[in-house]
Ligand binder design. Structure first.
Ligand SMILES: NC(=O)c1ccc[n+]([C@@H]2O[C@H](COP(=O)([O-])OP(=O)(O)OC[C@H]3O[C@@H](n4cnc5c(N)ncnc54)[C@H](O)[C@@H]3O)[C@@H](O)[C@H]2O)c1
Length: 383
């Protein structure tokens, strides 16, 4: 079995998701080799928990280790672009968490300027990637979720056109303090959560275009993004975890494609009841509903939540009492395992990933076009 040494940059929440998923990738030995972060204590605990061979005190030390084959970047978005270039310049393949890049100023800055700046950075990265032997992988798990793969299979078989695509990711708010700040995340729930279904919908639309030999792109977006909990008194915030400073906690984006068809992306940091991840697609003959979470593959009813305190149900659910949608095989159903399997296969064979620079770049452009639309109160055309 082919072995690859993985080096993690970042040892927080999402690093745990990746570490768990690597051990389930079939066909390859993804060796959890080294990890580093800007928090020495957290790195130590993380390395011990997952049995990494080395804990490095700095990114530079880890990148100079010739045993590291692949760098997995799992840090806040503000650091993504710089680390991608640094790691690739040191000869490493790179897996980067979402979103690929962003505008990290103040949330009140001009959103049209944000869009332009993000597009310029993407052009610059595109140039940087030309002719390199190292590959860039975009860790968008939705693209590898079995329900998204199934919709793709059906559309490739039937050759039908998606008339309407819908996607949602929402929950009661991020655990991470940096999620409240535009300066760290480049936006709020739209970029943090909406990016997932958006990438999946763009990916499916491209699969349709390829099958039908059409050239389809996004022409415009219409978006509303705001803080709907702004005037909620602190004693009325209930189970909502998010505490946005200068970012939105709700958004709705309508995408118009060049063939006149539509996609709708919903995101929210103010929806209680556990994480909501879904994709829907509608053609002239079919309706497809990918209920990633919640799904009812296994339901559990219990009267005493205290007895279930050590039983995992699903992410961010506020109570374990009553009926529960228990998330079975979460790493597979959310796409993490398939994603890492595809990336290791590509490193092995030199093939291009399903989720790479192109889909990441398109996602970023639509996200910042959405912010520009919301800020200007009008439909925004993409360049
Ligand atoms: N795909 C998913 O389902 C998913 C879920 C959550 C988060 N994410 C993404 O994962 C990334 C990390 O989010 P998180 O929730 O794990 O955050 P986190 O705050 O829990 O962890 C961040 C980690 O990065 C480290 N770090 C921060 N800046 C650094 C730097 N400059 N150099 C080295 N280490 C640095 C921190 O010490 C910490 O270990 C983000 O891009 C986020 O969007 C993805």
């Amino acid at each position: 079995m082919k072995k690859f040494n993985i080096g993690f940059i970042g040892c927080g929440f999402a690093a745990h998701l990746h570490a768990q998923a690597y051990s389930r990738v079939p066909g390859y030995h993804a060796n959890l080799y080294a990890a580093c972060s800007d928090d020495e204590e957290q790195t130590k605990t993380f390395v011990e928990k997952f049995g990494f061979e080395k804990a490095y005190g700095s990114v530079e030390q880890m990148l100079s280790d010739s045993n590291v084959d692949i760098i997995d970047i799992i840090v806040p978005p503000i650091a993504h672009l710089g680390l991608i270039k640094q790691a690739m310049d040191n000869g490493k393949h790179v897996i980067c968490e979402k979103p690929l890049n962003g505008y990290f100023g103040n949330g009140n800055d001009d959103k049209v300027i944000m869009y332009k700046q993000v597009c310029e950075e993407l052009d610059d990265l595109k140039q940087f990637l030309i002719g390199r032997k190292e590959q860039l992988f975009y860790a968008e798990n939705y693209i590898y979720a079995p329900s998204v793969i199934k919709i793709k299979e059906i559309i490739e078989t039937t050759g039908e056109k998606f008339l309407l695509l819908k996607g949602e990711e929402a929950h009661s708010g991020s655990h991470a303090p940096h999620a409240a700040l535009w300066s760290m995340n480049g936006g709020g729930c739209l970029i943090r959560q909406g990016c997932h279904p958006l990438s999946a919908l763009l990916y499916l639309k491209q699969a349709e275009a390829k099958r039908r030999k059409e050239d389809i792109s996004v022409t415009s977006v219409l978006c509303d993004a705001s803080q709907v909990t702004l005037r909620l008194p602190s004693d009325e915030r209930g189970s909502i975890l998010s505490n946005p400073v200068d970012v939105e906690d709700w958004s709705e984006t309508i995408v118009t494609f060049s063939d006149g068809t539509k996609a709708v992306i919903s995101s929210g940091d103010m929806i209680v009841g556990g994480v909501r991840n879904s994709i829907e697609a509608y053609t002239s003959n079919g309706c497809y509903e990918g209920k990633i979470a919640p799904n009812d593959a296994f339901m559990c009813y219990h009267t005493d939540a205290s007895k279930l305190s050590n039983v995992y149900m699903t992410e961010k659910v506020e109570t374990k009492a009553g009926w529960q949608y228990v998330f079975l095989r979460e790493e597979e159903m959310r796409g993490y395992v398939g994603e890492l399997e595809n990336f290791l296969h590509c490193v092995d064979t030199g093939e291009k990933p399903e989720s790479g620079f192109e889909i990441a770049s398109e996602t970023m452009k639509v996200l910042y076009a959405s912010y520009a639309s919301a800020a200007t109160n009008q439909r925004f055309s993409l360049e």
